[in-house]
Design a protein around this ligand. Sequence first.
Ligand code: FES
Ligand code: FES
Length: 163
Amino acid sequence: MHDIRFTVNGQAEHATVPATLTLLDLLRDRLALTGTKEGCGIGECGACTVLLDGKPITSCLMLAVEANGHSIETIEGEAVGGELSVLQQAFIDEGATQCGFCTPGMIMSARGVLSRTPNPSYEEIIEAIAGNLCRCTGYEAIVAAIQLASERLADDAQKGRLP
Ligand code: FES
Ligand code: FES
């Protein structure tokens, strides 16, 4: 067993975990953060995407012990004080979520690209979500939602509002 310390959505966490436990299982089963979805479990679908130190990763392929000393962000950290984030609202406004299974992972990948590139091109958005599979939407509404969030965040920054 290994003692690990890390943060999830800014909150300090501590856990004692076996070497084989995945970060996905730590989040879902130990911390009850079930917004992060398990689809394939083998790194193919992106449903389990979270941010590790700001970078999107597939949590089903990462061991929990590797999270020691790192910062994790999950979909549960998006809404603050009961208010949807700009990205979440843009997904609703563009009709970018249908069954919703891919949505948490999509939003974390979108969060990753927007933090690196506040005004991403169409191609950069496509590349950012290339590892996230969606069986429902046909992707165009998702790309439009990320573009809309980018525009709204730029507008908020100009007006001095927080994202
Ligand atoms: S559940 Fe991790 S990539 Fe599919
Ligand atoms: S909304 Fe159903 S898988 Fe994407």
